[in-house]
Design a protein around this ligand. Structure first.
Ligand code: TXA
Ligand code: MG
Length: 321
């Protein structure tokens, strides 16, 4: 049996599999089967009221999962799907509460990864898939990361290589009065506005709960501080003088005299390497991680968002919220 056939067999048996997408790896199960979706929550240790994204093979599936689909959703799907954009829409009654966390909306996305698309087309239905990490931890960008997270508990992991984007999709809520970005990603506010006009950003009082919007998320086990370059160099040397082991996540080049790794100094390259870099540094067993603060500006918004949450949750025990 090919691994694709193994994946289809597992999905049809109501099991969860590891799925490559262009953003991060997902932990996927049949979105139309409540008992299959519950396995995702059990494996991740994720609270049951956090909704999951339903992955579909294309815009043709919009009306099967969502109702009262606005023209904006069709226009955005035509422009950005397959791609790293999740649309929050009013759900069809058939969407299980397990998928939506009991909310009246559903998140839909068509991933731009050949393996994911081939699987979705062969499967025919929708796949509920959160990122394939344990709740609160760093999202996986390789098949090996997924195996590190779940081991034998998830026997089928499709290997689609390194994820191209490296951070999760932009989430746009189209179920409210005005379009609103709930989670920044590769597709920017300006790109969305070019298609549908003004878009708000940031969760408001009416926004649904989204784990990617929790203050502490994507977290390494090692404490993590974000500092500007000069302050970081200072802090690294000072900590080392105190006998602490420090690893630095730098921009462009690693400062002299410190351990760590440097990510590309452009936002796209940085996002691509961020989670793998955090995982690698976390595995070194040092006392402190220091991340160099990336530049400000629209292009870096999603990276800032992930780094800030990562620092907020860093160093907490595994069962912390
Ligand atoms: O790039 C991605 O979006 C990846 C890949 C696997 O597709 N998936 C991902 O899933 O990041 P997850 O579960 O880690 O994050 C999905 C986010 C969560 O914050 C969830 O709360 C939000 O999407 N979400 C899903 N359905 C929603 C809904 N109906 N309303 C509001 N937020 C929703
Ligand atoms: Mg996640």
């Amino acid at each position: 049996m090919s691994t694709l056939e193994q994946a289809l067999t597992a999905l049809r048996a109501g099991e969860a599999i590891g799925l490559p997408t262009e953003t991060v790896y997902g932990l996927a199960a049949d979105a139309s089967r409540p008992e299959a979706v519950r396995k995702i929550f059990a494996l991740k240790g994720r609270p049951a009221d956090h909704p999951l994204i339903v992955h579909v093979a294309g815009a043709d599936a919009l009306d099967a999962w969502a109702r009262d689909v606005p023209d904006a959703a069709r226009g955005l799907a035509a422009r950005f799907w397959p791609g790293p954009l999740t649309l929050i829409l009013r759900k069809q009654p058939r969407v299980p509460d397990e998928v939506t966390g009991g909310q009246a909306t559903v998140g839909l996305r068509c991933p731009a990864h050949p393996v994911a698309l081939e699987l979705l087309r062969a499967f025919g239905g929708g796949l509920a898939a959160p990122s394939a990490n344990r709740f609160g931890r760093i999202s996986p960008t390789t098949a090996a990361h997924v195996r590190e997270e779940f081991g034998a508990a998830v026997p089928v992991v499709l290997d689609g290589g390194e994820c191209e984007v490296g951070i999760e999709s932009t989430i746009l809520d189209l179920s409210g009065a005005a379009p609103r970005i709930l989670r920044p990603g590769r597709i920017s506010r300006a790109e969305l506005e070019a298609v549908i006009g003004p878009v708000e950003a940031g969760a408001d009082a009416h926004s649904p709960r989204a784990s990617g919007t929790l203050e502490a998320h994507y977290a390494p086990r090692t404490p993590l501080l974000m500092l500007a370059r000069t302050a970081l160099e200072h802090e690294a040397l000072e900590q080392q003088a105190l006998g602490k082991r420090v690893a630095v996540l730098a921009l462009g080049t690693l400062p002299q005299g410190v351990d760590g790794l440097a990510l590309p100094a452009d936002a796209t390259g940085y996002a691509h390497g961020l989670y793998a870099g955090l995982r690698e540094l976390d595995a070194r067993g040092v006392n402190l991680l220091l991340a160099e603060r990336p530049p400000e500006g629209e292009a870096w918004l999603a990276v800032h968002d992930r780094l800030r949450r990562s620092a907020a949750g860093a160093g907490l025990p595994d069962d912390a919220p």
